[in-house]
Design a protein around this ligand. Structure first.
Ligand code: GEK
Length: 252
């Protein structure tokens, strides 16, 4: 596994202090302030992030032979893209990394240029709802679908299914909800305690939670399963879960 190598490609930019001081409530956005500390923010905010990302590379190694096309939708600074590129044992792939935040894609372009993957990773600044998906061996939505308007999720997953090769692999990582209210409360509470262990203050945790309200909309695993099954995917399940975070696979 190559997480260490990946990180040496692009040293961390800064420490996440976005919500450290009291501020007026505003909706969370992937702007310049967030992009400039994003590596630190996501590593300290998503339990298991580095494991999920490096195992996405391992999944790619298993399912993406020579001639593969891979999409990383909501790629941010390319965490999953670089894990895949590093892990594949061959150079015969095209990886399309898409994000609609200019703050993210401009930094991602710079990172790609500093790696040997310039001819294989293509960064596109576009809304993934408008992106063409074609002939995909693997599609990755690593903590991205949760930011898409729920009303647009059915059409998006259908477009992805239609744009995949038979046998293709879909990986979706998300914050999730639980139908059991007691478990829901427990996992959210454990998650907040986890954030404290990562050095976030109660103020930071509360302000970020408020900023994400109505921006990050989690669903249950059952809702994901149903939508993916209706789109035509099979063999759906979660391969990773920690508190209210999960990563799922499904196949065309
Ligand atoms: C990683 N996958 O490090 N079109 C394109 N991009 C979008 C859209 C959209 N409609 N909506 C949101 N995004 C990454 C982490 S972060 C997850 C993904 C998080 C983008 C948004 O700009 C951001 O970069 C990304 O989705 C979500 O493996 O911060 O929790």
């Amino acid at each position: 596994m190559t997480t260490q190598d990946n990180q040496s490609d692009h040293p961390q930019a800064g420490t996440d202090k976005v919500f450290a001081t009291e501020r007026l409530p505003t909706a969370f956005a992937f702007d310049d302030q967030v992009a400039s500390v994003f590596d630190d923010m996501i590593n300290r905010s998503v339990p298991g992030y580095s494991t999920i990302v490096s195992m996405i590379g391992v999944l790619a190694e298993r399912y993406c032979g020579a001639g593969s096309r891979i999409y990383d939708l909501g790629a941010s600074l390319g965490g999953a893209s670089f894990a895949v590129a590093h892990q594949l044992p061959h150079e015969d792939f095209q990886l399309i990394a898409i994000d609609n935040s200019e703050a993210m894609t401009s930094r991602l372009q710079t990172r790609i240029a500093a790696t040997p993957f310039g001819d294989r990773i293509q960064c596109r600044h576009e809304d993934l709802r408008d992106s063409e998906i074609r002939d995909a061996s693997m599609v990755i939505l690593n903590f991205t679908l949760q930011f898409i308007d729920p009303a647009a999720r059915v059409a998006l997953m259908q477009k992805i299914y239609d744009g995949m090769r038979p046998g293709g692999l879909l990986v979706i990582s998300e914050k999730i909800q639980f139908p059991d209210p007691q478990l829901n409360e427990l996992f959210i509470d454990l998650y907040h305690r986890f954030k404290e262990t990562q050095g976030y203050s109660k103020l930071e945790i509360a302000q970020k939670r408020a900023a994400l309200e109505n921006v990050l909309i989690p669903e249950t695993l059952a809702a994901h399963r149903q939508r993916l099954t209706e789109a035509g995917f099979h063999s759906f399940d979660a391969w990773f879960q920690c508190f209210n975070f999960a990563s799922m696979v499904a196949f065309k």
